[in-house]
Design a protein around this ligand. Sequence first.
Ligand code: GUN
Ligand code: ZN
Length: 436
Amino acid sequence: MALTVILTGQVLSFRGSPFDGDPAQATRLDEAIALGDGRVVALGSLSDLRAQFPDAPIEHHGARVLMAGFVDAHVHYPQTAIIASWGKRLIDWLNTYTFPEETRFSDPRYAAEIATRYLDVTVKEGTTTICSYCTIHPQSVDAIMTAAQARGQRIIAGKTCMDRNAPEGLRDTAQSAYDDSRALLQRWHGTDRLSYAITPRFSPTSTPEQLDALGALWAEHPECLMQTHLSEQTDEIAWVKTLYPQARDYLDTYEAHGLLGANGLYGHAIHLEPRERDRLREVGGALIHCPTSNSFIGSGLFDMAARMAEGQRVGLATDTGGGSSFSMLRTMAAAYEIGQLSGTALHPAQLLWLATCGSARALRLGDRIGNLAPGMEADLIALDLASTPAISQRASRADDIWEALFPTIMMGDDRAIAQVWIAGRAQVSTPDAPAP
Ligand code: GUN
Ligand code: ZN
């Protein structure tokens, strides 16, 4: 039998969605978890797991919270080196910072360097799965897939397609977008833990012919995810109207070209018309909320409570590097702040669910990652709830686990991530917490 290890701590998992009923009731706390063969084997009391696995070594994590690793449902790994660039809104920001940087990914060595840097940074933040845009260059996909494969990491990525309104050197064509995406999909989709996402950047940088070609590719491979951007800024929406005069609304520019579906991921989706909301809910497409990006680039307030109440599927994401942080802790804090500005205080269980289960469900991976349950892949983290003096002094006053967790959600950073396991393998070397 494969080696099993038992971890002790405050093992936090979800039995349902904390958006349905009392948020705390959707969670479960166990004393220990057993991992084996890259999967979760069992959760329960230490004595039960000891009896079940008498030879298993035991690693004590004291008061640390052991939970699923974070799932970041929308990132641009090629924007790693231009994160936190000053002073621009969306279209200017793309032209000034993003497009010149993405041009550099024609060099496979640069792509490999940034892919490695990105995964090194994000694993320390507790992120175990990402869904990433790449650049128009096929080698940018090879770079992130190769780097993730070497780590045994589950990721999703796709070649970003653009055939207009982008600079020379950063444009493909309808045909080459189809051909290159198809070749990459065949190379990577389903290899180890890797998946391919068909990736038109957004309507303004694709001709209707390119959207048609990618819609046709998606129809041939409906098992793949399709990711794009939707209704992020009002200037962008006005531009889309001029580029697609026949479209009923922004979503229609995708719908008319075969790019609306249950496996679709629609990034931002802030300023939606009623028809767009109805269609997204009817088809079951996922809305990906990127709160640090929405405030950093000045995009607007995503109304989480309203979207959840109307039954949308929602994931949470950093949107690196339009987002101002690599950290899903910081991203949960921003989601909380945007919720407050829209009149709703999101419960810590809801924030943690969005960053794990919610994003995994948006990525159609909810049966494999994003939660701790027997048979699920062993991607998890140990959270230190006293990682800085400022957090520790607040958490020490807490009456329950939610009050103890919330200061780490609001003020925590990579120092709160005491350990990360990818497919059961520990990634960060930190001393064990003292035994209870
Ligand atoms: N819309 C189209 N491309 C992008 C991008 O790279 N970042 C963000 N935030 N929005 C976009
Ligand atoms: Zn984006």
